[in-house]
Design a protein around this ligand. Structure first.
Ligand code: HEC
Length: 132
């Protein structure tokens, strides 16, 4: 095989991969949290889960006990953190977790990840306590 043929094969493969990725994405747009396989998250308990697995480890340096910037949703006081978190809008959670310029690759997650889906579930149901 010549180099040219090889490059064409690789490009064709990439195109196919892109095509399938787009398919997956567009069908995902209509998937609600209820039909996803990730565990639900709502209310105080849901917040606790998000706090321990993601928000505290990734955001506490700035939004925690020794942090310097509000909202203080990642402190060791879970109840206070929960109330602070409730004051953050969905749009700001989205930006803070997917396009965060302060912590970058160290904290940004994919919208397809379980944590992101759970955070959005929680943002939509912060006062419900019957889902986890
Ligand atoms: C290195 C410090 C740092 C880390 C780590 C950090 N942030 Fe922030 N964050 C800031 C600063 C500074 C601001 C205030 C400036 C601004 O609003 O853009 C802020 C503001 C915010 C806001 C409020 C935006 C508004 O306008 O009200 C949210 C929500 C937020 N961060 C989410 C997060 C999340 C979620 C994480 C962890 C995944 C995180 N941040 C990690 C520095 C940080």
């Amino acid at each position: 095989m010549t180099i040219r043929v090889k490059i064409h094969l690789i490009l064709a493969g990439l195109l196919l991969a892109l095509f399938f990725q787009n398919c997956a994405k567009s069908s995902n747009d209509h998937v609600t949290i209820d039909s996803l396989s990730v565990p639900r998250a709502c209310g105080k308990k849901g917040y606790e889960k998000l706090h321990f697995v993601y928000l505290e480890p990734k955001c506490a340096s700035c939004h925690g006990d020794n942090g310097f910037v509000a909202p203080f949703f990642a402190t060791s006081n879970l109840l206070n953190s929960y109330y602070e978190a409730k004051s953050v809008t969905k749009e700001k959670w989205h930006i803070g977790t997917t396009q965060n310029g302060f912590c970058g690759d160290a904290c940004n997650i994919e919208t397809t990840s379980a944590i992101y889906q759970q955070l959005m579930d929680w943002v939509a149901h912060p006062d419900r306590d019957d889902c986890n």
